[in-house]
Design a protein around this ligand. Sequence first.
Ligand code: ADP
Ligand code: MG
Length: 249
Amino acid sequence: MSKKCLEVESLTKRFGGLTALDEISLHINEAEIIGLIGPNGSGKTTLFNCVTGFLKPDNGRIFLREVNITGREPHKIIQEGVSRTFQITRVFPELTVMENILISIRHKEESRIRSIYKKSNRDEIKKASELLEFIGIAELSDQPGGELSYGQQKLLQLASSLMQDPSVVLLDEPTAGVNPTLINKIMDRIREANEEFGTTFLIIEHNMDVIMGISHRMYVLATGKIIAEGNPEKVRSDPEVFEAYLGGD
Ligand code: ADP
Ligand code: MG
């Protein structure tokens, strides 16, 4: 049997009268790539926010490699090995690409933006260089983050998310607003990280062809509930999934 990397048990999150997540249960095995899809507003980002500690769930539990991480502070959860990217890309425009990737492993409190390079040790710089090489943006190391194209910023975020050898990486729409050539590049790097380093991924993605092409297994959310689970073929042919998208936005 495969070992579970992340497990979510009966997770509920309400915003006032709105139940954004309604007793969600799901799991991700070690070295799996899981696709998470669902219409706008179905609760995908809220799930990420609960898993990463940005939001406190009203009910339910979250386990990372059998450790209960429910309700812990975001920086603790990062230290435990959960890494994420955001739907809205966050890059420091004045820091170089290298500084941006180095700062990703510091907590906000301890980061002194100007001296980030000096504070980083040789191993961290070496790791950052290797990852920039792996992702294919090493030649941009000394450029300010603000000069990167949107797609390059997405690549930088992906590289940053791999800095701490995470147990699991949560990607929120990694290809949104990115041109098709770069989408393929991002997906290839995710696949390669999964195959070479055994990295486990949970990916929110609107582009159906993209997510179905990369996922080992998928979950479908609609109005805060999981309405389907299974391999891409199964999900693709599920009438309830079809209905959710047709009835959605
Ligand atoms: P998705 O990522 O699937 O598009 P979200 O998780 O962002 O959906 O949102 C799920 C629902 O919860 C939506 O109805 C959204 O308006 C609501 N929601 C999300 N975050 C908040 C918040 N911080 N406060 C109030 N309502 C929120
Ligand atoms: Mg979202």
